[in-house]
Design a protein around this ligand. Structure first.
Ligand code: NAD
Ligand code: USQ
Length: 396
């Protein structure tokens, strides 16, 4: 299959591009390297040393004999170039990771809020319009987020995979309707993913585009079998207050002797998936696309749920670390339950990687190996959701 991986220089996109290439697909990465630019803006770097794109691709070719193409293109700004690229390459499928993905970054200031909406919504819409305009039957797989559902859902009924059946009262009695699950975004970033969902619904109906939206949980870990082949292929490991996600941050903090930065009581329950399963899920989604005229296919791309304080306790025990309960810079439920339906990937053969299966130690070892590269001044999350919210005090 000929596949474009949009955002293929990023944390999820790079290992996915390698995984798909390894599986025999003809892969081209499209990325404007904006994530590397944001590192410069934030004056921080991935804990792991990531190489320039040209070097990454040369090493992959040396080791495997396989070519991966690369086009440096801004999906939000360079519509015509993207449309031409589709006509030239005629891909069978597109995997779309190419968005600004950090909730704290999206809440930093007015500029970051506007950039996140402009970048993400325009990029997604440009991809959809270009597929229609190309006249090609390209299947689209998009990386969405569990955060579109919000965390106000409680009770024993699990969050369904995208759609909800509701009863609508009418004078003639109740009728059943299937609707998109109500959106309840918790940040400007999450808001853009809920807007993406509406764009997908429209183009699936109006133009019969074949679209899969993967509502992914928080990704942890760093390496996949392909990125482990050579240090020059290593994946990103973000640990800073904007881009670092909770489990990887706790592992890195423990590795350098920094107290684990639990926001509030740590009662927030979230969904998780290891990066090895991310790449497998994307492959499964690519191999099982919807048919023309089908509604958008939604998968909850999640393997486990954990409460933040339980994760902190687990890491503290594993790595002999201390825990600090900091004022929460975000506006989010203090405590929540999370029960998520995730049958579709299991039915299609995903054998999930769970925290207890040794990969926690692998991620810990990466954090320990590169701990000297850490800038401790970048650890505390300083982006606040509302003016006047207390920021966390320095710990070190
Ligand atoms: P990332 O920031 O590491 O990678 C995103 C890539 O997209 C970067 O390489 C960036 O340069 C590129 N990009 C952004 N805007 C672009 C544009 N306008 N044109 C071209 N390229 C552009 O993020 P990630 O962690 O790899 O996440 C990838 C996707 O998966 C995101 O859409 C994110 O919302 C989703 N996701 C990530 C996680 C997670 O925990 N990392 C969890 C759920 C969903
Ligand atoms: N948290 C802490 N301490 C920290 C960092 C985070 O307690 O040091 C808490 C946060 O307050 C939040 C939870 O941990 O309650 C998760 O935060 P996170 O930064 O790990 O994840 P989030 O902001 O939700 O975003 C990440 C990715 C995003 C993806 C999302 C999936 O950056 O791209 O969409 O996970 S989900 O959370 O399922 O929506």
């Amino acid at each position: 299959m000929k596949v474009l991986v949009l955002g293929g220089d990023g944390f999820c996109g790079w290992p996915t591009a390698l995984h798909l290439s390894d599986a025999g697909h003809d892969v081209t990465i499209v990325d404007n390297l904006s994530r590397r630019e944001i590192d410069l803006e934030l004056e921080v770097e991935s804990l792991t040393p990531i190489r320039p794109m040209g070097e990454r691709l040369r090493v992959w070719k040396e080791l495997t004999g396989k070519d991966i193409g690369f086009v440096n293109l801004d999906l939000a700004e360079e519509y015509e170039r993207f449309e031409r690229l589709l006509r030239e390459l005629s891909p069978d499928a597109i995997v779309h990771f190419g968005e600004q993905r950090a909730a704290p970054y999206s809440m930093r200031n007015t500029i970051a809020k506007r950039y996140t909406v402009d970048n993400n919504v325009r990029a997604t819409h440009n991809v959809l319009v270009a597929i229609v305009s190309s006249g090609l039957d390209i299947a689209l797989v998009h990386l969405g987020t569990m955060g579109v559902y919000g965390y106000g859902w409680s009770g024993s009924a699990p969050i369904p995979e995208g759609y909800l059946t509701v009863k609508v009262p009418t004078p003639d009695g109740d009728i059943d309707r299937e609707i998109l699950h109500p959106a309840n975004p918790g940040s400007v970033y999450h808001l853009t993913k809920t807007l993406d969902q509406l764009l997908f619904s429209f183009y699936a109906v109006n133009d019969q585009l074949r679209i899969t939206d993967l509502h992914q949980g928080i990704v942890w870990g760093t390496q996949t079998p392909q990125t482990s082949l050579d240090e020059r292929l290593i994946n990103r490991f973000d640990y800073d207050g904007d881009y670092g996600t909770v489990l990887n941050r706790f592992l890195m903090q423990a590795a350098i002797g920094h107290p684990l930065t639990v926001h509030g009581t740590g009662g927030q329950t979230r969904a998780f998936i290891h990066i090895r399963d991310t790449v497998r899920c994307v492959q499964i989604a690519l191999e099982n696309p919807p048919k023309r005229g089908d509604k958008v296919k939604v998968f909850n791309q999640v393997t486990e749920t954990y409460r933040v304080r339980d994760l902190a306790e687990l890491i503290a025990k594993l790595m002999d670390a201390k825990i600090a309960n900091l004022p929460n810079p975000r506006r989010e439920a203090v405590e929540n339950e999370l029960n998520v339906a995730r049958d579709k990937f299991s039915e299609l053969g995903l054998n999930p990687t769970v925290l207890s299966e040794g990969l926690l130690e692998e991620a810990r070892d990466i954090a320990l190996k590169y701990r000297d590269r850490a800038d401790t001044s970048k650890i505390i999350a300083r982006s606040v959701w509302r003016a006047g919210m207390e920021t966390s005090p320095d710990l070190v």
